[in-house]
Ligand binder design. Sequence first.
Ligand SMILES: Nc1ncnc2c1ncn2[C@@H]1O[C@H](COP(=O)(O)OP(=O)(O)OP(=O)(O)O)[C@@H](O)[C@H]1O
Ligand SMILES: [Mg+2]
Length: 382
Amino acid sequence: MSVTRLLLYIKEEGLLQETIEALRQPPNHIPFDQHDSDWPALLERIAKSKPEVLLLDLSAVPSELNIAMRQLRYYSPRLKVVALHSTADPQIILGAMRAGANEFLNSPLKETLQPAIERLLSSPDFESPSPVTRGKLIGFLSAKGGCGATTLACHVAYELQNLTRKNVLLADLDLTSGLVGFLMKTPSSYSILDAVKNLSRLDESLWKALIVEHKPNLAVIPAPASYSRWDHPDENQLRQVLQFMRTQHDWIVLDLGRSLNSIATAVLDEIDQLFLVSTLEVVALHGLKTIVHGLFEQGEKLQLVLNRTPKMMDISTQELEKILGRTLYAALPNDYMGLYQSYSSGNLLNSNSGLAQHFALLASKIAGLAPAKSKKKFALFG
Ligand SMILES: Nc1ncnc2c1ncn2[C@@H]1O[C@H](COP(=O)(O)OP(=O)(O)OP(=O)(O)O)[C@@H](O)[C@H]1O
Ligand SMILES: [Mg+2]
């Protein structure tokens, strides 16, 4: 099966006919595929089939053009885009070029289309924008309130930065009662909602103004100081903010709050790995089982972490895994006093503590690194 290098996304009937005629013109009949479904399906198709050139009807773009272009390049960083419009409106041309289109063409296309496409198809890849970095996105979700999602998100983000030396972002998506900003000592007047509200002009400099540095290469974007249901972000836009975060950071750690809330559900598809945090408490395990059941189709993306595991468990890890129908990714010990004292003095856990070393082990497992050597011997279980 030959792979089509040229894809058309043109809704305006007259423009479509004119484009097809121009492409079929002898002597250089250029083969193409046409996408006639909606925009999300177009993004999916581009991600899978990676055409080299997209002919994009500007009147068919559902959002602002710079957002649409960012989405296209997110799914296919080397995609070359020819913006098409029936008229040569200077504002539209300027908008297309600013948004990053490789070419702008307007009717009549007879003389201009084939040469433009041939030029793009024969131009080497390095002429297209450099590939967008795609940071890894992981989330922590508490099986019920208070299981430790925030504690894990903060410490794992810290340890991920420590171990990988990469650029890490910790984002609080527990919009109703997020505590990340407080625990990380990063008070801010901005939250993830400000990024959503300013999506159309979100770029590196605006992003830098919204996030707060906890330490070099570990940034935080807290939850809003106050939140009502009217502030609930548009879920599609929220996903776009997450996609943008991937272009700015190597690792993004999300605190998703508790149980399968609407935000956690909305961002699920965007996340690489979801860690469901539970304790051995009956109510928590019940919540855990319900969520595992509900997210059955997520497969390996969903991982279970048992927190505050007592030294002596009434039930063995194997028995628990049998009940849940899944293996545990990690089991972390209980250290209430240690955390209490650290939080009271406004710090994260001291890295010498046993629990902190478990956080480091968990972070190294997530990052796929060999665990750093510690004085004591630790394992993620027991
Ligand atoms: N491994 C642990 N050992 C002892 N205490 C812990 C442990 N992990 C978390 N805690 C404590 O449990 C409490 C709840 O933790 P945390 O706020 O992280 O949970 P959460 O799931 O984010 O809760 P919420 O639903 O309120 O957002 C805190 O007092 C925290 O210090
Ligand atoms: Mg929390």
